[in-house]
Design a protein around this ligand. Structure first.
Ligand SMILES: Cc1cc2nc3c(=O)[nH]c(=O)nc-3n(C[C@H](O)[C@H](O)[C@H](O)COP(=O)(O)O)c2cc1C
Length: 230
């Protein structure tokens, strides 16, 4: 099948939404100009640079979250993880601007360190963000923001203080009301060019060399393959 801009618009966009997956979900906490808290999920969201760490969120149409970010300049991205997907979805319902979705759903918050909006107590990871730039697109508004602080629950960290994906269990959106939870992970280190030229491809190296970015073995000791090799 081949679809393009001349195809049925709905088929074309659904094909893309279901293909570019999984998308992480930014559960955005923000404050209105009068101090009211707002919480809503956004999956047209991604990390875009690391030095400094910047992320992007895309707002379609008028959104309370966007209004608040424009007023105050900051927000918190609570990352959605296993066990929070139902509450996350409830906060996407169309509430009046003055409704505090967290209070409505009994979601406790904790103060942030440098930005105004609080973070969700149940969020395994929360990013404190300061908006730096807005870009108008034909059908949306993109907001770029710098991540100025990260809160991570110690329970999702490994011995070296890095996030252990199997403990973290992030939820991804697969298009529409379809979601997935990442429950296992594996490493495939990028080989040196000389190793590839000598025939030592990633598959051959898996489990034998350390990932150069983290220093950890190529195959997680927790994975089925890792357990077999151990
Ligand atoms: C998982 C999920 C992801 C969503 N992602 C986006 C998005 O990236 N951009 C957007 O404009 N709306 C998105 N929505 C819809 C908003 O969450 C919804 O319009 C919400 O009511 C906005 O709340 P607010 O006006 O309080 O910000 C998403 C909804 C869900 C359930």
């Amino acid at each position: 099948m081949y679809l393009d801009t001349g195809s049925d618009r709905v088929d074309f966009t659904w094909m893309i939404k279901n293909a570019v997956v999984p998308r992480p979900i930014a559960w955005i906490g923000s404050l209105s100009s009068t101090g009211g808290y707002n919480l809503a999920p956004y999956s047209y969201f991604q990390l875009v640079t690391m030095d400094p760490p910047m992320l992007m969120v895309s707002f379609t149409g008028r959104k309370d979250s966007l209004d608040n970010i424009r007023h105050t300049g900051d927000f918190v991205v609570n990352l959605v993880t296993d066990g929070l997907e139902a509450e996350q979805t409830d906060t996407a319902a169309l509430f009046d601007a003055d409704v505090d979705e967290a209070a409505l759903l009994g979601l406790a918050t904790l103060p942030s360190t440098v930005v105004g909006p609080p973070r969700l107590a149940r969020a395994k990871v929360a990013l404190e963000c300061r908006a730096t730039e807005e870009k108008a697109m034909p059908g949306a508004t993109l907001v770029f923001a710098e991540v100025v602080g990260v809160h991570a629950d110690d329970a999702v960290l490994d011995e070296s203080g890095r996030i252990d994906i199997e403990r973290y269990r992030p939820v991804g959106r697969l298009g529409g009301s379809l979601y997935t939870t990442i429950t296992s992970a594996y490493r495939i280190p990028v080989p040196r060019a000389a190793e590839v030229l000598a025939g030592h491809r990633s598959g051959v190296l898996a489990g034998t060399v350390a990932d150069r970015t983290t220093g950890t073995p190529a195959v997680s000791a927790n994975s089925a393959e890792g357990r077999q090799k151990a």
